[in-house]
Design a binder for this molecule. Structure first.
Ligand code: ATP
Ligand code: MG
Length: 568
């Protein structure tokens, strides 16, 4: 699907834009932007904002910029810029030649600051950060003006230039807007526009030792780029009067800020600070660990961009905070993969089966359907021979009443192949563990039907032992056991909620030979087991590694239902 086919979400933002177009507010233009700070990897919450901003632009025949909001030299890195671009492209969006950096506006922003100083609307404050905080006061009491608030324009210009020249230490001077120390909106109590940070910036190097704050940079960057609709999350609602104040004071293009509720997902964390903690603490293998809510992790896990876009579309846009159930994301992934993942036979916990009445050296090739949802996917040949592997779980020596699969004396169907009957069990003499089943097959049942019309109660999957390819399979599950992992009592580490079974590695799985040399990143349905994807990091021509993308059904629904029973 090309991204042009993504429909614009119908929502309150669209209504605002429709009105603006009708009134020709911006000459009928729609120009949005996605403004990440390159201080980590993009996650599913960012995907929401990407789909929204790029989606609106597409829907209205407008434009969407990519802007790296890089005003903090201590946390930002080129590695993150590169990864973010890769992730946005993967998600299916294109910013063409509109790749911008707030750091490219440092000169312009400096000029803006000078303009405010000259008009008496900004001053250099020599209070320390702690003193500034104290002067601001609590929100329900008016704050106090700094003793430096009424410095002359000349003195301010001189001090600001000296700040830029590197004459002061970090934290000793700031540039503040002169607005209102008694405002009930804390953002208007003389906010800081520039602070001194003697640190090398990943793009501007050591050219600057003063850096604009996010608040001073963000709205002006939108203005510089001629953004019409500046879409952001709800926590910036209180900042809007400040952004309006800046744009009015500077008399420059005024974008319209529209706030919407953040996208939240349960059973995970999304704040970059917490994600960094997981990575640095070794709780996951990296930003691209398939359990991470990052786009790079989801891609490696086998999630598709279509599934993520579909989730973003389905969950809509709102002014009210809510939490999306992880099951909904998993359903979108299943829905998409069901349509296009080829079906294959793979055995995760192999149990050897010898078909006693099948000739020793014979091999036959059986037709198997590649995708019942997509007839155009055709069929393939799967080898069948005397020694097979089946799933250990599909056999029970002493089956309980509701177990319909293989058991001593019982007959089942092998998918696409024959009926087989268990006639014996071989055990390890020492441990008693079952090491092999002895079976017979009925040659009359080729293709899975008995000419005499007799039925079996189960169909199980299998592979031919001589032909199968060995693979490592990583069974991933949700990273956290609790819906809100950060909801912990005082003094308890939120990481205690990590699911200890979120990764189970199986080393000697047996997959059908058609998977030899499968492309990294390619996705399959292992029949009866789930969707799996060839790991793009650890797979090599000599070693197949699969990641479980998602199980066939929502396993958690069962667990949660059982829990409700217990706690009811
Ligand atoms: P984090 O707390 O994860 O670091 P952030 O907001 O600081 O998030 P930015 O890089 O500043 O991360 O975000 C870039 C854009 O993505 C912003 O416009 C922000 O509003 C949006 N965004 C970030 N997280 C979410 C989310 N959970 N839902 C919707 N939009 C989001
Ligand atoms: Mg941020």
């Amino acid at each position: 699907m090309s991204t042009n086919e993504i429909s614009t979400p119908s929502n309150f933002i669209k209504k605002i834009i429709d009105e603006d177009i009708a009134k020709s507010t911006f000459g009928g233009r729609v120009h949005t932007r996605f403004p990440p700070e390159p201080n980590g990897y993009l996650h599913i919450g960012h995907a929401k904002s990407i789909c929204l901003n790029f989606g609106l632009a597409q829907g209205y025949g407008g434009l969407c910029n990519l802007r790296f909001d890089d005003t903090n030299p201590t946390t930002e890195e080129a590695e993150y810029v590169k990864a973010m671009k890769e992730d946005i492209r993967w998600l299916g969006f294109d910013w063409q030649d509109r790749e911008f950096y707030t750091s490219d506006y440092f000169d312009q922003l400096y000029e803006f600051a000078m303009q405010l100083i000259k008009e008496g609307k900004a001053y250099v404050d020599s209070l320390s950060p702690e003193e500034i905080k104290e002067h601001r006061g609590p929100w329900n009491e008016p704050g106090k003006g700094s003793p430096y608030r009424n410095r002359s324009v000349e003195e301010n210009l001189q001090l600001f230039e000296r700040m830029r020249a590197g004459e002061f230490k970090d934290g000793t001077q700031t540039l503040r807007a002169k607005i209102d120390m008694t405002s009930s909106n804390m953002n208007l109590r003389d906010p800081i526009l520039y602070r001194i940070i003697h640190a090398k910036h990943y793009r501007t190097g050591n050219r600057w030792c003063i850096y604009p704050t996010y608040d001073f940079a963000h709205g002006q960057s939108d203005s510089i780029e001629g953004i019409t609709h500046s879409i952001c999350t709800l926590e910036f609602e209180d900042h809007r009067p400040l952004y309006d104040w800046f744009l009015d004071a500077l008399k420059i293009h005024h974008s319209k800020q529209i706030e919407f509720a953040r996208f939240n997902l349960n059973y995970t964390v999304m704040s970059k600070r917490k994600l960094i903690e997981l990575v640095e603490g070794g709780h996951v293998s990296g930003w691209n660990d398939p359990r991470m809510p990052t786009l790079t992790g989801m891609r490696r896990r086998g999630y598709t961009p279509e599934a993520i876009r579909n989730l973003c579309e389905k969950t809509g846009v709102s002014k009210v905070n809510s939490v999306i159930d992880a099951a909904m994301l998993e359903d979108c992934v299943r829905e998409d993969l069901n349509k296009r993942a080829p079906r294959v036979l793979a055995v995760l916990n192999p149990l050897r089966v010898v078909i006693e009445n099948y000739p020793e050296s014979e091999v036959e090739y059986i037709d198997a359907i590649n995708n019942p949802e997509d007839p155009s996917a055709g069929t393939r040949k799967v080898p069948f021979s005397r020694v097979l592997y089946i799933e250990r779980d599909d056999f029970m020596e002493d089956p309980p009443p509701k177990f319909y699969r293989l058991a001593p004396g019982r007959e089942v169907r092998l998918r696409y192949a024959y009926f087989i009957k268990c006639v014996g069990v071989t055990k390890d003499k020492k441990t008693g563990e079952i090491v092999e089943l002895r079976c017979t097959y009925d040659p009359e049942t080729r293709g899975g039907q008995a000419p005499d019309g007799r039925k079996v109660n189960a169909t199980i999957h299998w592979v031919s032992a001589d032909h199968a390819v060995e693979a490592e399979v990583r069974l991933y599950d949700r990273l956290f056991l609790k819906e809100d992992p950060t909801d912990v009592p005082e003094g308890v580490d939120w990481k205690a909620n990590i699911n200890p079974n979120s990764l189970v590695t199986l080393n000697s799985c047996q997959v059908e030979p058609s998977l030899a040399g499968a492309e990294p990143g390619s996705r399959y349905q292992f029949e009866r087991l789930g969707y799996f994807c060839v790991d793009s990091v650890d797979s090599s021509p000599g070693k197949l590694v699969f990641n479980r993308t998602v199980s066939l059904r929502d396993q958690w629904a069962k667990v949660l239902k059982a829990e409700k029973w217990r706690t009811a």
